[in-house]
Design a binder for this molecule. Structure first.
Ligand code: NI
Length: 137
């Protein structure tokens, strides 16, 4: 039996979406308000899901205390109340869209979680807009 266990988390962060190689007008056209040079914030909601077999000794797929601590150390402490473009090294040259943030989060967690477990990141940028990444190339 393979079961999915999930943990919700949250961080507030600022970002700006833009492509250096485009004019201001083109950036404004493509990214709208998210291209604002003075940045803007989002209340990001994160769901980390881990899928695998129930361990017979514990009845757990993964110890949620461990997952909680991992999310706090690797994601919340790195991203919360940060300007993603300026303060998070991964976004120095990578546009901090919800898509790219979900991939960065997945990569930060992947090698900290047992290889036997599938990892999925779901990231809400707004209550209605969210992205999902499970390591597909
Ligand atoms: Ni935005």
């Amino acid at each position: 039996m393979r079961v999915t266990v999930s943990r919700k988390a949250h961080f507030n962060a600022a970002h700006r979406l833009y492509n250096n190689e485009w004019s201001d007008a083109r950036n404004a056209e493509v990214f709208g308000k998210c291209a604002n040079p003075n940045y803007h914030g989002h209340n990001y909601e994160l769901i980390i899901s881990v899928k695998g077999k129930i361990h017979p000794d514990t009845g757990f797929v993964m110890d949620m205390k461990v997952l909680k601590a991992l999310i706090r150390e690797e994601i919340e402490e790195q991203f919360d109340h940060k300007n993603l473009n300026e303060e998070v090294p991964e976004f120095k040259t990578l546009n901090p869209t919800a898509e790219n943030i979900s991939v960065v989060i997945w990569e930060k967690l992947r090698n900290k979680i047992s290889e036997d477990l599938e990892l999925t990141v779901t990231l809400y940028e707004t209550p209605r807009n969210f992205v999902t990444y499970s390591g597909e190339s």
